[in-house]
Structures are given as structure tokens and as C-alpha cells.
Design a binder for this molecule. Structure first.
Ligand code: HEM
Ligand code: HEM
Length: 170
């Protein structure tokens, strides 16, 4: 196992931290609360951008596998275990969001055109759409809760335990 993250891993971490937070807090909320033509427009960018986020996250996963960094040794053993579990959950959650987003789009009540180019809507099915909408929505709440925990842990180890924790990603 490696001791530090590569430059590429650090750049992708911060780029994706901004993009994922924006998709969860802004783009998704706009998609859910808008209607009609405006919703169609927002969904073009919500779906297209999300597929770029998914591709970047998978690229980052391949970098992670090539350079697996060991948890900071000063953390307690349960903290080390849970930090790794939460990091893995982030990769899984991006995949779940992308998959349920696509499936929701396939059965959506109006056309979902990825970047305005590819229409993924096959035909409206109310119950399947509602099911994938529910999973998309619940997964987004779990994602936000884990991000909050991840940030609080980073702040605690950096400022209360006074460990050079943020430096690992800087
Ligand atoms: C202000 C917000 C954030 C801060 C301060 C922060 C801080 C950090 C730090 C210090 C590490 C290194 C942890 C270690 O090596 O033990 C880390 C790793 C990680 N963070 Fe964040 N992070 C933030 C936001 C996010 C967000 C929104 C995501 C979700 C995509 C995320 C996903 C990850 C992942 C997956 C790792 C493990 C390393 C990897 O696989 O590349 N972080 N973060
Ligand atoms: C990183 C991936 C993604 C994130 C973080 C994300 C996030 C969100 C969030 C937070 C919502 C609001 C949920 C609600 O309040 O009901 C939402 C709604 C929506 N998302 Fe995504 N999404 C992602 C990927 C996708 C993809 C790939 C598609 C389609 C191809 C998609 C289609 C939709 C649709 C159609 C809605 C509106 C649902 C409604 O009208 O209630 N999403 N998204």
C-alpha cells in the first residue's frame, strides 16, 4: 500500500467533490422542482453532466486501485475501517445515482435528452418511474449524510486531533 495520493487523485478528488455536491444540492433540486419545457432543458444538462461525473469517478476508481493509500496510522482501528467503507460507498453511490437516473429517464413522463442529443425515454411507466425516482431520491439523501460525516471527520482529525489530515489530499 502507498503512503500518499498522486497529483491526479488529488485533482480528481476536489473536482468531483465540487461536481457531486453541485449535482446533489443544486442540479437535482432544479430537476425535481421544475416543470414542462424548463424541466426538459434542465434534465438535458442534469443527465449529461451526471454521466460525465460517473465516467470521472470510474477513472478515479482505476487510479485508486493502482495506488491504494493506507489510512492514516494515527487513526483508531475502527476509524480506519469506517473511513475506507465510506470512501467505497461514495463510488457505489455515484454508480447507483447514475443507474437509477438513467432508468428513471427511460420511463419518465417527458423526454429526457442527454445533452439534447440522445433521447433515452422509451415510454412512460408510472410505477417503474416512481420506483427509480424513490431510489434516486433516497440514495441522494444517504450520499449527503455520508459527505457531511466525511467533512466532519476531516475537520475533527485536522483541528481537534491536530493531525496533518487535510494535507493528505492537498
Ligand atoms: C470539503 C469537502 C471535503 C473534504 C474536506 C475532504 C477531505 C478528504 C480527505 C482529507 C481525504 C483523505 C482521507 C484519507 O486518506 O484517509 C479524502 C478522501 C476521499 N474523499 Fe474527500 N473530502 C471532501 C469532499 C468529498 C466529497 C464530496 C466526496 C464524494 C465524491 C469525497 C470523496 C472522497 C473519497 C472517495 C476519498 C478516498 C480517496 C480516493 O478514493 O480518492 N470527498 N477526502
Ligand atoms: C451523479 C449522478 C446524479 C446525481 C448526484 C443526481 C442527483 C439528483 C437529485 C438530488 C435529484 C432530486 C431528487 C428528488 O428530490 O426527487 C435528482 C432528480 C432527477 N434526476 Fe438525477 N442525479 C444523477 C444522475 C442522473 C442521471 C444520469 C439521470 C438521467 C439520465 C438523472 C435523472 C433525474 C431526473 C429525471 C430527476 C427528476 C425527478 C423528478 O422530477 O422528481 N439523474 N437527481
Amino acid at each position: 500500500m502507498a503512503d500518499s495520493y498522486t497529483r491526479g487523485q488529488k485533482v480528481l478528488h476536489w473536482l468531483l467533490a465540487v461536481l457531486v455536491s453541485f449535482w446533489l444540492l443544486v442540479s437535482g433540486q432544479l430537476a425535481a422542482s421544475s416543470e414542462g419545457e424548463q424541466k426538459g432543458m434542465i434534465l438535458m444538462f442534469h443527465s449529461g453532466g451526471a454521466l460525465i461525473i460517473f465516467a470521472l469517478m470510474m477513472w478515479r476508481y482505476s487510479k485508486r486501485r493502482k495506488n491504494l493509500v493506507q489510512p492514516m496510522s494515527s487513526l483508531r482501528s475502527w476509524e480506519q475501517t469506517w473511513s475506507v467503507r465510506i470512501h467505497l460507498a461514495f463510488y457505489i453511490l455515484v454508480a447507483v445515482m447514475a443507474l437509477t437516473g438513467i432508468l428513471q429517464g427511460v420511463f419518465f413522463e417527458q423526454d429526457v435528452r442527454v445533452f439534447g442529443v440522445v433521447n433515452i425515454t422509451a415510454g412512460h411507466n408510472e410505477s417503474l418511474m416512481a420506483l427509480f425516482n424513490l431510489i434516486h431520491n433516497v440514495a441522494s439523501k444517504i450520499f449527503l449524510a455520508l459527505i457531511a460525516l466525511h467533512i466532519l471527520a476531516a475537520i475533527k482529525h485536522q483541528f481537534i486531533d491536530k493531525q496533518p489530515f487535510l494535507k493528505r489530499m492537498a
